[in-house]
Design a protein around this ligand. Structure first.
Ligand code: GLN
Length: 196
C-alpha cells in the first residue's frame, strides 16, 4: 500500500486525506521536509496558490519539493495544486513561486470569480465508467502544454486535466465530491511506479 502525503500548508487537506484513504492509500499530512522525505507520493490540495507558495518558501519546502519531483515522485495537484505544478503561470502574483513539474502554462482564476464557480460533468481519459463530477471554484485552466504532456480532460474548449509522467493535475476538486475515482487513478499509478 503506498503512503501518500498531502501538502498541509493551506487548503482542503482533510478532504484529500479522506479521499486517499477511500482509494486504499495510507494518507498523512506533510508540513516539514522530513515528512516529505517519508512519503511515496504527494497530493497538493486546492486552496490559494499565492498563500501556498509563500508558506512553501517559509517552511523550507520549495526546493525539497522540486527535487523530489525531479527524482520522479508522483504528485497530484487539484486547482491551486495544479497552479503549483505548472512550469509557468499567467495572472500570478509577481513574487509567486511554483514547484513546477508539468510543462504547461496555467492561467489562474481563468473560469472567473468566486461567484462564477460551477459544477460540470467531465469525461476523463483513463476513467471509463462515466464522467466525473467536476467542482470548479475560481478554477485555473491550462492555456498550453508541451509535447510530453497528455491532456486528460477538456471542458468548454479548455484543458482541465493533464498528466506528464508521474505528475497529474486537475482544475477541479474531486476531493469535494464523494467520487474517489480520480484519487484511485492516482493511487494506482503510484502503486505501479513503486512496483507493488
Ligand atoms: N484561485 C485559486 C488560486 O489562485 C485556486 C482556487 C482553488 O484552489 N479552489 O490559488
Amino acid at each position: 500500500t503506498p503512503t501518500i502525503g498531502v501538502l498541509a500548508l493551506q487548503g482542503d487537506v482533510r478532504e484529500h486525506l479522506i479521499a486517499l484513504a477511500a482509494a486504499d492509500a495510507v494518507a498523512r499530512p506533510v508540513r516539514r521536509p522530513e515528512e516529505l522525505a517519508d512519503v511515496d507520493a504527494l497530493v497538493i490540495p486546492g486552496g490559494e496558490s499565492t498563500t501556498m507558495s509563500k508558506l512553501a518558501v517559509i517552511f523550507g519546502l520549495l526546493e525539497p519539493l522540486r527535487e523530489r519531483i525531479r527524482e520522479g515522485m508522483p504528485v497530484y495537484g487539484t486547482c491551486a495544486g495544479m497552479i503549483m505544478l505548472a512550469n509557468k503561470i499567467l495572472d500570478g502574483r509577481d513574487d509567486q513561486e511554483t514547484v513546477g513539474g508539468i510543462d504547461m502554462i496555467v492561467r489562474r482564476n481563468a473560469f472567473g470569480r468566486q461567484n462564477e464557480s460551477f459544477e460540470a460533468a467531465v469525461d476523463v481519459k483513463g476513467i471509463n465508467d462515466g464522467p466525473v463530477e467536476g467542482v470548479f471554484i475560481r478554477a485555473p485552466w491550462v492555456e498550453s502544454v508541451g509535447g510530453a504532456v497528455d491532456v486528460l480532460a477538456v471542458h468548454d474548449g479548455h484543458t482541465v486535466a493533464v498528466r506528464q509522467g508521474n505528475v497529474l493535475a486537475t482544475s477541479f476538486h474531486p476531493e469535494l465530491t464523494g467520487d474517489h475515482r480520480m484519487h484511485a487513478l492516482f493511487v494506482d499509478s503510484v502503486a505501479k511506479t513503486l512496483g507493488t
